[in-house]
Design a protein around this ligand. Structure first.
Ligand SMILES: [Zn+2]
Length: 315
């Protein structure tokens, strides 16, 4: 814990200085097209729970004895979570083994057709925001929601292979929503060890790079501010190392890290959570990387590596 405190103390000044830096990365992207129709047939998608990992036979004992995770789980009792962790601790030493991880692929494929769902105002502790947004797209018309869905599926595969239990906040890329309030609630109800919202940004055409967004305190989420910042730094370092995507040139002051209090998904979370803006879809070079299946696989592995580093350090 002492090492963690020192690490975080070193980043807190930078992060605080960046609060409210006015970057483009939000749950609503500046390049997003406005919904245009009024159809009412869609249902907000339900979260997809992952069954326990059924693998057996590995005898190594996990060193994880994380009191913070125990506290998190007990705040939202979940028998399946408890079973998963104790079973995994008996079979592998991976920091991800038995961890409950919530992946939140930003936006949804049906959002643009259902403004009546996604434009509804929802409370986000310190204000109101739209239920969800359409997201951005590349200049070639490749939408953000498709990217975030595909990356989440790839990441789910990697995390499962490493023994984690994974919950997605939406079960396909064809529905509308769920609202940002529900996306946060899914992580809270799961008693997740960590949650991550996956996005790609829609900034200026000459802007490049990725960045992490960690929560600032809005009161109710104060307990997650420190561990979320630690998670953000771990994922940032792994993502930078593993993907070749540069740190953002347009936000985060070269640190690829901002702290914000205007994102409902972070304000409403009671489990450690960050947003990852994987790159700028409006920059041709970034878009080339974001659209590459092999790059997406590298990104998935890098994100998992960052999560493992975080869990090992905080466990
Ligand atoms: Zn987005």
């Amino acid at each position: 814990m002492a090492a963690l405190a020192v690490l975080l103390a070193g980043t807190a000044v930078v992060a605080q200085a960046l609060t409210g830096s006015g970057d483009n990365a939000t749950e609503q992207h500046p390049g997003a097209a406005a919904p245009t129709s009024g159809q009412t047939s869609a249902q907000a998608t339900s979260p997809v729970g992952e069954p326990e990992d059924a693998r057996t036979g590995v005898s190594a004992v996990s060193p994880l004895t994380d009191t913070s995770r125990t506290a998190s789980a007990s705040a939202s009792p979940s028998p399946s979570v408890s079973r998963s962790r104790s079973a995994s601790q008996a079979r592998t030493a991976s920091p991800l083994a038995g961890a409950v991880i919530v992946l939140d692929p930003g936006h949804n494929g049906g959002n643009s057709r259902h403004p009546e769902i996604i434009n509804r105002q929802v409370r986000v502790v310190n204000g109101s925001k739209a239920c969800d947004t359409t997201g951005t797209e590349t200049d070639d018309g490749d939408p953000e929601h498709e990217f975030t869905w595909d990356l989440a599926v790839r990441l789910r595969t990697v995390l499962r292979e490493r023994g984690a239990t994974v919950v997605l906040t939406r079960g396909s890329n064809t529905g509308a929503g769920p609202c940002i309030t529900e996306r946060a609630a899914i992580g809270n109800r799961a008693g997740a060890d960590l949650a991550i919202s996956l996005h790609a940004d829609g900034a200026g055409s000459s802007d490049r790079g990725f960045h992490l967004i960690a929560p600032g305190s809005v009161g109710s989420n104060s307990s997650i501010v420190t561990p979320s910042k630690h998670l953000a730094i771990a994922v940032r370092n792994a993502f930078e190392k593993g993907t070749g995507m540069p740190r953002s040139t347009y936000t985060g002051s070269g640190k690829a890290l901002t702290v914000r209090t205007d994102l409902g998904g972070l304000n409403l979370s009671t489990v450690p959570k960050v947003f990852l803006e994987c790159g700028n879809m409006r920059n041709a070079t970034d878009a080339g990387l974001l659209g590459s299946p092999s790059w997406r696989d590298r990104a998935a592995r890098a994100i998992a590596d960052g999560m493992a580093t975080h869990l090992a350090a905080t466990g």
